[in-house]
Design a protein around this ligand. Structure first.
Ligand code: SF4
Length: 217
């Protein structure tokens, strides 16, 4: 059964990747470490869109060093923010979204990131993936955050057969026990970065190959 299969996969991956963390914080030995609260996770996840983890980390480090609070970012000059977040790419778009997000959160949500997915998705550059990431990592609300790694690997393994991340999210929710939803992103992303690398899966090193329909000799 697919639910038993995904639980076995998550169990094995959890023993190999004990330090899964929100976007930009997946590598070991990072310093400084920003809090895993809704504000920091939201901003880091916006920065993580269409870029690699190292770039997210550099951009979020720059930004949080210069502006440590939601209030400070809400009053920041967008041009300056765009210089700080340049390592993550799309600097103008991301800087404007981040400053606007902070202003909206302060003006309309008393400075709190809303828990509700639809409400969170009203914020600039916040889609289902970002909302699920904030809910699961920072709020402890069971959610499956489907990024490119999760979408790619779960299709490659034959756990789902879907065309886009949103379909993948719902398909995975259907086969994964709710108390393991957060683990899907936490461990599949690490697996995608270290073993099941895009276009070059290292199947000979893969600890979950016996559960994978796409395993290569
Ligand atoms: S066996 Fe290969 S394709 Fe399957 S999850 Fe492992 S690395 Fe990826």
């Amino acid at each position: 059964m697919d639910s038993e299969r995904i639980v076995s996969i998550l169990d094995i991956l959890s023993r190999n990747y004990d330090k899964g963390a929100y976007p930009g914080r997946n590598s070991e030995g990072l310093n400084p470490e920003w809090p895993c609260d809704p504000f920091h996770v939201l901003i880091a996840t916006i920065l993580s869109q269409r870029t690699k983890d190292d770039n997210t980390r550099r951009a979020s480090d720059n930004l949080f060093h210069a502006y440590g609070t939601m209030e400070a970012i809400s009053e920041a000059d967008v041009e300056h923010v765009s210089e700080l977040v340049r390592p993550a790419g799309f600097p103008k778009q991301k800087a404007k979204a981040i400053v606007d997000c902070c202003r909206i959160l302060i003006d309309e949500y008393d400075g709190e990131v809303p828990e509700d997915t639809d409400e969170m998705m009203k914020l600039p550059m916040v889609g289902r993936k970002t909302a699920a990431c904030v809910r699961s990592y920072a709020m402890g609300i069971p959610s499956i955050c489907v990024d490119t790694h999760v979408h790619r690997i779960s299709n490659l393994m034959g756990l789902v057969s879907t065309k886009n991340p949103e379909e993948t999210e719902f398909a995975l929710m259907g086969i994964t026990p709710k108390d393991r939803w957060i683990d899907v992103n936490r461990y599949m992303v690490r697996h995608g970065q270290e073993v099941c690398i895009p276009n070059h899966p290292r199947c000979h090193l893969c600890k979950v190959r016996q559960y994978c329909d796409g395993a290569k000799e």
